[in-house]
Design a protein. Sequence first.
Length: 768
Amino acid sequence: MYFDKNEFLNDFEYLLRTEGTDAEHADTRTLYNALSKAVMAKVFCDWEKSGRRATRRCGYFSAEFLVGRAIFSNLLNLGILQDIREVLAVRGIDINRFEEVEDAALGNGGLGRLAACFLESAATQNIPLDGYGLRYRYGLFRQTFEDGCQKELADDWLKWGDPWSVRKEEERVRVDFADFSVYAVPYDTPVIGYKSGVINTLRLWQSEPIHPFDFDKFDAMRGEEIARENFNATEITAVLYPNDNTEEGKILRLRQQYFLVSASLQSILRKQKEGGRYATNLCERVVLQLNDTHPVLAVPELIRLLEKDGIPFETAFEICRKIFRFTNHTIMGEALEKWRGETVKSILPEIWTVIGKIQARLEKEGLDKEKYYIVKDGTVHMANLAVYVCGAVNGVAQIHTEILKRDVFKDWHAWDENKIANVTNGITPRRWFLLNNPKMAAEITARIGQGWETDLPELKKLAAYIDDPVFRERFVSIKRENKRRLADHIRDHEGVDIPEHFIFDVQVKRLHEYKRQLLNALSVLYIYNELKSGNLPDFKPTAFIFGAKAAPGYYLAKAIIKFINGIAELVNNDETVTDKLRVAFIRNYNVSYAEKIVCAADVSEQISMAGMEASGTGNMKFMLNGTVTLGTLDGANVEICEEAGKENNYIFGATVDEVATVKKSYDPKKILEKNPKLKKAVESLIDGTFEGGRDELKAVYDSLLSGADADKYLVLYDFEDYILTKLYLNAEYGSETFTTKCLVNMTNAGKFSADRSVKEYAEHIWNI
Ligand code: 26W
């Protein structure tokens, strides 16, 4: 891309004038929009070219794309971040002002962020991958706390404008439901590869009424009808469902899913028709990756569309097998989507008919009906539909894929043992290292040269510097600087002071029982009690930093937030421990906050019960930034240990096999009997230690000790090993050994680049 600073400054200032302002007077929003639009004007040409380059492309169908803030990452990838910083400085504008711009949070967590990383990596690696998703009016809720309880606020991300997208009015399509129809209007966003010249597309669909304003109806005073049509249409893409890992068979969600896949398929088919080629040739040019079950209605919808064009069912089915691929992201039963047949039938009757045909085809294969079904007892099982039809299915980390084969999809695996494959997740090292940790990146480049940014295993060359005192000193002091920056941010935003010499022990991720924030919380209380009793004289000062959103309807998750906020208040207001202990629950954890956190952490807590976390990707971000993992042998932690050595991390707890054994005869009460200090920490939930939230805390207590499923996630079982490992880490912190462990992790993070993941998909799954 051609770039000239003076020319750019002219463009930028011209755009400001069209808004009736100038660089000196414009507010952040106006500056942001003018700057972004000026950059957009520069990329159009390359964008156009990239779109025409490949004959075979992959479409990544996903209900979520958690892209975060676009501006810095786009400038970095275009190679003009420094230039723009200077151009702005000429007019007295500090580029960091744009940190005010809110994230596009069109996703819940891991699955949505993975989709965003994959798009960036694909563009960087010149892989023709386009995203297809939904343009939610409101993204994931903003979180605040009131009396320690989570409160949700609407995420009005569009108030900043959306200068990185282009509305493609002429490419709109109609989507029909049984009861009404709507338009789907695409907004295309460029996905800019890192210094690759390649720009792919993220296409997000917005729902709109067919008759924006119907004069006939208006004249006939049928205002209510107009309002109803407007509501029906805009409602579909109004808001992102905030559930992560729990299924909630809501009709509106079904509409969203169908809207996404119908619009995307129609626009893809339309392009194939334009090229004078169609249907059967589709298989040569298009492959579609289904990101979990959310877009799986694409399967019957494609069959429906092909049948309409005169292609027989069986041929259409074979086309689907060639075109569709499916990724599973969780083994949690409650997250495997199911739809009532009656619901599907009433809203999408033609889809219901096609699903019936697929079920009939499955029955003809002569398999055991108890094991192989798509519709059973009037319920549609979306994962089974995906596994039956898609040409390939994958899990997201080795251990997860093994569990899919052995357990979740065991019968399907027996039916076709070549269908299930593994592609371990990855993260983009551009956003998660170059951008958020530029000083460390510069130190690395100074030693091993450029190239590692797009070939992350090159980091292994750093092995030669791990014992170099100068390099070690640089690592420690840059980490210290990052910690200071995070501490400033936390002080300004959360009102908690964290001295930079404290150990920054961090757990940030969605709140879920299986992720066991409660285990961490209990350990903090335990340490607090021990400090008060004078039992931990050598304990090194530690700040426990939490960040997590709970699904609004997830009672226990919210109760755990309340509990942790209670602990924070107790600890932070107790002068007898201020020099040893701080607790901060940061508000509204999101992508931009994560960028500040992962380069400043000393400890990365990845403590899910073994077998539960499909992969995790936060774990990779911390590792890459030179942070040790305090974790279980779960998800990608297993592979982190393979790469960096188990001895260089702090691994504890029951393994997948042990979990299975323990669960056969588990009595959490017995654990408390044997461990009075743990018992004290647990009983603080009910003994009046905390004011307020009595019912919530009691519910947390009961989840550990009452009923047949008490302590489902073995919090109490794993506690002892956890606290010992945590204290062992605390003892090692600050030593040369500890610094070496950090560096060994950074050096061996190469495998976890999303560049590697997308290349594996391209080669083994997409055949691109
Ligand atoms: C229908 C409700 C629902 C919502 C979200 C069901 C399932 C989900 C996702 C599958 C949850 C999710 O984000 N899973 C995470 O995916 C990441 C990317 O592969 C993994 O790293 C995480 O381990 C996994 O929890």
